[in-house]
Ligand binder design. Sequence first.
Ligand code: PMP
Length: 316
Amino acid sequence: MDDIFLDKNENPFDIPESIKYQLLEYIKNTAMNRYPEKGLPHLLEKIGNFLGLNGENIIAGNGSDELLNLIIGNAKGDIVINTPTFEMYSFYAKNFDYNTINIPLNDDFSIDTDSILSKKNAKLIILCSPNNPTGNIIKRSDIEKVLSMNIPTILDCAYLDFSGEDYIDLIDDYDNLIILRTFSKAFSMAGFRVGYGIANESMAKKLRGKQSPFYLNLLSSKMAEIMLDNYSIVQEHVKYIIDERERVYRNIKDLSYPSHANFLLLKEDIYDYMRKNGVYVRKLPFMENKSRLTIGKREENDIAIKLIEDYIQSRE
Ligand code: PMP
């Protein structure tokens, strides 16, 4: 049997072939010797309209990773992160020689707002909701407390589609807020590398001004547009993944925390055990005794559930 990869929080569904053909048509009819439209205003407008905003509120990049790199690179000082969280935040900060202030999450994985509020000299705060790898969402009131500090704040919502919790309206009240989202997860486009940020017009404009003119290639930007036109497929896949997440959780509750994302945080490091049995889960460098399981297709999840049930039984 082939190995099963439940380690990178990818969408288990590829883009359907009928939709891939739309990209092929585009390739056939498009001059590849020309640069993309400078600044990709068409894509920004399309993303903006999808969200009920306009292109002026949007910045896009080569994955939200690139936008993290851009925003962190411009922080020019201490960066507050809430650990454990997505490890690329500290990776980029280190690349730029900026200090990260690691504020440990509370025992229930909520953010420690009082500690954050005490870091008045920070140049950037990064929140992640649902948080990778803990899977929980941050309370809106906690987010607002942090935003009231008036320090530039990234709210990384890479997994938002699996939680239903939307914070977009906050951009009207807080001009220090940049929400990051991605086409990599719910939209099945991890291989294309398209992420975007949402902010009020002046913040978004400031960030766009720091980008190179042709920041995405023709194909990835077109694919993002095509997927926005086919959002019902995304919704179908998201529903499937949420249903599966709840089913997997019910079956392995003893070893798993609940989650609002497309993965479950496991209470033990079962990487070696699962790998021996052909399933890759994620080892967590900053949570030594835990591991993370991405929700896959039903048949993949069945195999993971069986292995984890056996693991739980073998310990009893
Ligand atoms: N933020 C979080 C919390 C993530 O988990 C990831 C990817 N694993 C990213 C951002 C980066 O996503 P992208 O593929 O858009 O670069």
